[in-house]
Design a protein around this ligand. Sequence first.
Ligand code: 2HA
Ligand code: ZN
Length: 271
Amino acid sequence: MKNILEAPFVEEMKKITANMYRQGWDERNGGNISYMLDEKDVAEYLDLNNVIRTIPSGFDATELTGRIFIVTGTGKYFKNVQDDPENNLGIIRVAKDGTTMELLWGYSDGGRFTSELPAHLMSHMARLSVDPENRIIMHCHPTYTLAMNYVHELDEKKLTHTLWETCTECMVVFPDGIGVLPWMLCGTNEIGEATAEKMKEFRLVVWGLHGIYGAGKDIDEAFGLIETVEKAAQLYMISAHLPRINTISDKELQIIAEGFGVKYRKDFLDL
Ligand code: 2HA
Ligand code: ZN
């Protein structure tokens, strides 16, 4: 059996949590990531018959029975993952009943997965239903995106449009737009269900006055989506109070979409 601390998926989780912490998006225990793994990859590092303990999740994820995820721990700090992955991360498998998680590795101080597991697993189900390649759900509190939540309407079309017209690359990176939820209590099955509903349509979902969710086939895709939104939100926040002289027009947004051959939300433009 190979050393789990050298597994590429553990390495990836260490690198991305450290990077996101450095961006200032994951203060204290803010943010969480879940990454669906291939059973055969995990089997090189762990005995899949050795369940350390079982942890009830409080919601039904029967569709994901047998699926294995590496997930950040509740109350754990992104900044600490790199130095102590075994305590701050866990590898869990969805048990047959769909509501129990089998711990295969990690959470070594007796901890458990993020309180946002309902939003994560329900979002995995939603994304897999439209994109079988999806592997990552990522949540964080990017500074400018969040600042924008206080000064911009929390409307999917308006928020997407403002970001699209702020930065040429936005239309290319998230032509499918951004879903938006109003402020809701986090850590609940309700916000999980609402997030998953949006995830059927969007890879990005803003949690109003809280943060953002990104989804993707790998860490680069999920991170790249959030990073691009955050860059555009930063440009918006440092320029929105100044007189606007130039902007990318809807016609130009259409030209970008057609030039790059991306399928975009035409209903989010006013042509
Ligand atoms: O896990 O970010 O949404 C801490 C959070 C809750
Ligand atoms: Zn959060």
